[in-house]
Write a protein that binds this ligand. Structure first.
Ligand SMILES: Cc1cc2nc3c(=O)[nH]c(=O)nc-3n(C[C@H](O)[C@H](O)[C@H](O)COP(=O)(O)OP(=O)(O)OC[C@H]3O[C@@H](n4cnc5c(N)ncnc54)[C@H](O)[C@@H]3O)c2cc1C
Ligand code: FES
Length: 259
């Protein structure tokens, strides 16, 4: 098999697909929260690299990505058959940190963010909680995989078509109540407004955690500054820029600048 070769590329549900690449070097060293930067080729059409969180890895040298078709790159990727090859850079970026075994990991995902935290179920020996927010039932992703990993799975949908009606942050009070007396550590990945709301609530609660702040990226390796995000700092403004691709995408909750 060639490096970057697609082993399978199938529709998961709706606009979401799951692609498995043969990429043994990346598979061996990847950590949850890191990403691959994928150059998607289709004939003469060579598209700029696109970043995707590493959803899963396996001892057979594969790397799995769950992606949503939103534009040219992802649409092209969805047409590539098994046997086609993509050029993969990775694993890139700072991943999620481990926590001691007595700490309960609480994974909070929105949209494809559900894919980015899954490797934590393998990286951490303890079981935890997985909170997922989605627009409606059709966007509820990967809950079976988290259940199979013995995570306590709770879902909120905006339209109430699955789980609780509301936002993923509406599920937090229940977790704080039910796990009172236990140390919790939050891992968040999802749309920016969701992450900002999560950060505000966790700060008020004095909770600890890390957030994966995804941003439009170009080079993916720290050279172009296309991906800068604001982080807290001692400057007069109270913030400075950091590169999501190399300083992140995972940032400590304490460093996240909430506007
Ligand atoms: C670190 C990181 C990890 C990511 N992981 C995943 C993943 O696991 N699964 C997944 O489906 N997507 C993921 N993304 C988003 C993914 O990179 C974009 O959806 C993809 O680049 C869009 O390419 P496109 O050519 O299809 O769309 P384009 O034609 O480039 O854009 C189409 C639409 O998508 C929006 N878009 C483009 N890039 C992003 C982005 N980075 N974040 C949010 N919206 C974007 C554009 O604003 C536009 O509205 C991740 C992004 C980052 C930075
Ligand atoms: S994408 Fe170029 S510096 Fe981050």
């Amino acid at each position: 098999m060639k490096d970057g070769e697609i082993i399978s590329n199938v529709r998961l549900q709706g606009d979401y697909f799951v692609v498995k690449f043969y990429a043994p070097a990346i598979s061996r060293s990847a950590r949850a929260g890191q990403f691959v930067h994928v150059r998607i080729d289709r004939g003469l059409d060579r598209i700029l690299r696109r970043p995707f969180s590493i959803h899963d890895t396996a001892p057979d040298g594969t790397v799995t990505v769950v992606y949503k078709v939103v534009g040219h790159g992802t649409r092209t990727l969805s047409t590539l058959p098994a046997g086609a090859t993509c050029d993969l850079l990775g694993p890139l970026g700072v991943g999620f940190r481990d926590v001691p075994e007595e700490v309960v990991p609480v994974l909070v995902g929105g949209g494809y963010g559900a894919a980015a935290t899954y490797l934590l179920t393998k990286q951490l020996p303890q079981r935890g909680v997985f909170l997922l927010g989605a627009r409606s039932a059709g966007d509820v992703l990967l809950t079976d995989a988290y259940r199979a990993a013995n995570y306590d799975v709770r879902v909120a949908t905006n339209d109430g078509s699955m789980g609780r009606r509301g936002l993923v942050t509406d599920l937090l009070d229940g977790v704080f109540d039910e796990y009172a007396g236990r140390k919790l550590f939050f891992y968040g990945c999802g749309p920016h407004p969701m992450l900002m709301a999560l950060a505000r609530i966790l700060r008020k609660r004095g909770a600890a955690g890390e957030l994966s702040i995804d941003h439009l990226m170009c080079c993916g390796v720290g050279a172009c500054f296309a991906c800068v995000v604001k982080v807290k700092s001692d400057t007069p403004e109270g913030w400075s820029y950091a590169r999501a691709c190399t300083d992140g995408p995972v940032f400590d909750l304490d460093d996240v600048y909430v506007e």
